[in-house]
Write a protein that binds this ligand. Structure first.
Ligand code: GDP
Length: 413
């Protein structure tokens, strides 16, 4: 059921997605994360939120409080892409952590409750994501709940968050009879059997054909209005080809001019595959986002692109104490980090040795020899780095987060 409309990557970095899941508490962020990890094969145990066995909520304090406090990054694979999922806290008390996570993301999935629609914390986290220019797609979750209504939820997105929600699915069945969706791009239905992990694909049910055509038309009109390049094709033929539509949705997502909306029920494991397809299709790779800016040793602002050959620079966005020692999560912005190498904390001028480089997966950590620009990894070794520290090549200091600097950066060369 993978759609060829979306295959586009040519180099390893274009197939990386650094993503976060943003939501109001209880909208289903943890459940969506769990389902993604299950589906992408990184864990075979389906942890449920209520029994404290979920993979991303591994900190005991989180389990005790039942909310996701600390961000953790987990890697998984989907359709030839590597998705680094950065868990962002949804609780308003942890706004700093949300902001720090947003800083290292290239894109996000905003999860909404299909009954409650946009809630206060979804609104505040949405505004923070606006500030950091994080492109987003939306997932209206809990369509199986009594009172769930996609149109009402989308209306609340339109009124409170974004004027241009672009709904790409039509639900099949409502509330506890919600069984699948019509994919409006390909005009195919996806139906999930009870307990089944993957959808059965088929034609659009006769009873929904008129409605699906009407919604496809609405989507095309909205896209043509927002994306001038599509307008010509639309005016000439009064319809957009699926390929143009997909390209336009990608551009609109990345420019922030439109928000693709999908729906499902994470709890019942419905809608997660198309959500992952949309995430890799529409959200940007590390090469598609602007160069990162920082302050060089002479006090001037510098830019670094995601070039593995450039001097190394990375932002530590999370430090976890684990039973086997301190793990520092890094977003590598430029250069290449090699196991055993010595790097410098640009804020404190301390040098730190990188012992191990780990790709954190839900079920196990994989050890790497190096990490390149664009990637998210955890490293063991640094003793003093904290969330917000910049680690960089000692010969080319760059400070990525000036707010956390205690002293000016000077050369140690
Ligand atoms: P978070 O606070 O955003 O991480 O939300 P959770 O994933 O912890 O979900 C909050 C509650 O909603 C839990 O009891 C979930 O079992 C439940 N939940 C999550 N997704 C769905 C869904 O699709 N349908 C229904 N009915 N309940 C869900």
């Amino acid at each position: 059921m993978r759609t060829s409309l979306h295959r586009q990557h040519t180099s390893p970095l274009t197939a990386v997605r650094n993503l976060g899941i943003l939501a109001h508490v209880d909208a289903g962020k943890t459940t969506v994360t769990e389902r993604i990890l299950c589906l992408t094969g990184t864990t075979h145990k389906r942890g449920e939120v209520h029994d404290g066995t979920t993979v991303t909520d591994f900190d005991s304090q989180e389990r005790d409080r039942g909310i996701t406090i600390f961000a953790a990054a987990v890697s998984c694979a989907w359709d030839g892409h590597r998705i680094n999922l950065i868990d962002t806290p949804g609780h308003v008390d942890f706004a700093d952590e949300v902001e720090r996570s947003l800083r290292v993301l290239d894109g996000a999935i905003a999860v909404f409750d299909a009954v409650a629609g946009v809630e206060p914390q979804s609104e505040s986290v949405w505004r923070q994501a606006d500030r950091y220019g994080v492109p987003r797609i939306a997932f209206v979750n809990k369509l199986d709940r009594a009172g769930a209504d996609l149109d009402t939820a989308v209306d609340s997105v339109r009124r409170r968050l974004h004027p241009a929600p672009l709904v790409v699915q039509l639900p099949i069945g409502a509330e506890d009879r919600f069984t699948g969706v019509v994919d409006l791009l390909r005009m195919r239905s996806l139906v999930w059997a009870d307990g089944g992990d993957t959808a059965e694909e088929g034609p659009v049910p006769d009873a929904l054909l008129d409605e699906a055509r009407r919604r496809r038309r609405m989507l095309e009109e909205a896209v043509a209005e927002l994306y001038p390049l599509a307008l010509e094709e639309f005016c000439a033929t009064a319809t957009l080809t699926p390929r143009t539509l997909a390209r336009a949705l990608r551009e609109l997502t990345r420019s922030g001019d439109g928000v693709v909306v999908l729906c499902g029920s994470a709890y019942r494991n419905r809608g997660i595959e198309p959500l992952l397809d949309a995430a890799v299709a529409y959200l940007p790779s590390p090469l598609d986002v602007p160069a990162v800016r920082g302050t060089g040793e002479d006090g001037t602002e510098q830019e670094r692109t995601a070039d593995p050959a450039a001097p190394f620079a990375a932002l530590a966005f999370k430090v976890n104490a684990t039973p086997t020692g301190r793990l520092t999560y890094l977003r590598v912005y430029s250069g290449t980090l090699t196991k055993g190498e010595t790097v410098m904390d640009a804020g404190t001028r301390r040098t730190e040795r990188i012992g191990r480089i780990l790709r954190v997966r839900a079920d196990r950590h994989a050890e790497l020899d190096r990490a390149v620009a664009g990637d998210i990894v955890a490293v063991a070794g640094p003793k003093a780095a904290r969330a917000g520290s910049t680690l960089c090549a000692p010969g080319a200091p760059l400070l990525l987060e000036p707010a956390t600097v205690a002293e000016p950066v000077v050369s140690v060369a």
